[in-house]
Design a protein around this ligand. Sequence first.
Ligand SMILES: *Cc1c(COP(=O)(O)O)cnc(C)c1O
Length: 470
Amino acid sequence: MAGESDIWPASSLSPFASPESLDPQLKDFLDKANLRLCNWLGEAASRSPLPSLSVLPEIAPLKLGLSSEALLEDLQMVMDGAYQPSHPGALAHFDPPPLTASIAADLICAGLNNNLLAEELSPSLSRLERQVCRWFSDCLGLPSTAGGVAASGGTLSNLMALVVARQTANLQQDSSAVVIASVDSHVSLGKAVRVMGLAPDSLRRVPTDENGQMSLQAVEDLLKKLKFSGRKCFAVVATAGTTVRGAVDPLLSLCHLCKREGVWLHVDGAIGGAFALSKTTKPIVSAMSQADSVTVNPQKLLGITKTSSLLLVSDRSHLASTFSTGLPYLEPSWTDSHGGEMGLQGTRPAEVLKLWLGLRQLGELGIKQLLESAIDRRCFLQGKLDTSSFELISGPLHVIAFTPKKADQNQAEKWSSLTRQKLLEEHLMLSRPLHHGRHYLKVVLGNPHTKSSHLEKLSFLLNKSVDEVS
Ligand SMILES: *Cc1c(COP(=O)(O)O)cnc(C)c1O
């Protein structure tokens, strides 16, 4: 067997921090990594949001572990090729700059290395998660029986919601059972029905109206038709904030309809759910309080670092009755249920830490400011865009998409591709969704670094771009 000093020569960074006393190597390495990160963030505005092709460092571990300097150089190469959400022109997606407290909490989370699977592996953090879910439920106006669980992204939250809905309807054995959502609902629902082993036509997408909202009449008609043909529907999914235009489905009417029909209503509030956290913006989504379950994704707007998503259920006992296995190799839960018994994931990091600390950093006023200013920026840009040249589609939130009126489908594709490229050269990054068969450019205005001067420049370039449609 090789001696300790052969495996860990003085030149490589020692692998684990000393449990005896403050480890100078650990501190030095974290300080240096920290400085690089601070520089990366501090230089954001002077680069592009989307770096050009970068080189990756070597992948395989060498025979001997690397020194701290070599590790930092490796890290730097990856950082240099990273997307930069803190650039003021990063306007393409729901990926805002990270909150300072959230960054620190992510680091602490890694250092604690607790496991939300079970309480004995995360005593304080399991309680924190339960209470943060409780607090969110209260903000959304869900009943006192409500609670939830954190998940690594909205895709998982939506999947878990549908599994709970199906179990509650006692339709686990029925692969022809149906979920109803709108044509503008998120792609994650398509994944969910596949994972759940449902028939390919189990996801029924009903049309939206001219505002991008799910047609209530179409849902009603479809429910009738399904009944007539003997197919069971176990959930209607309403979207609070659609991905391309930020439309909010008619939540209250859908809640009433679903109650009447005895069908689970899930609200996919991955984009819009956060707007419930401030009194002034809450009315946009207030009917979420009547839903059976809600997905919220604080990672998408509030600057909580990825991933941060919650599934909230109006009767939290449904979570354990759907997912619990008994966890025979762990001590029983001290209170409710182990985290690992409330959802699909087993071992899970304490993602709740950066959510909780980030919200504490913002405070009520900071949250209100983030939400309102995002909507204000969308209104400002909307007012600057030439409505005689563009078809604009938007909703009550902070996202807007547009396409030239005079272009056919091919011209719209060319225009969107060319314009996106030209804007990128100006360090303005938009996205280019294909929506109802036609290409649009989309702007997401959740970036707090974006000033009106950026939006003036953006609208000027966009209005000019229409002249080049051919
Ligand atoms: C982003 C999004 C999701 C999926 O969330 P992930 O965190 O990307 O898995 C679900 N629904 C809507 C409406 C979304 O915008």
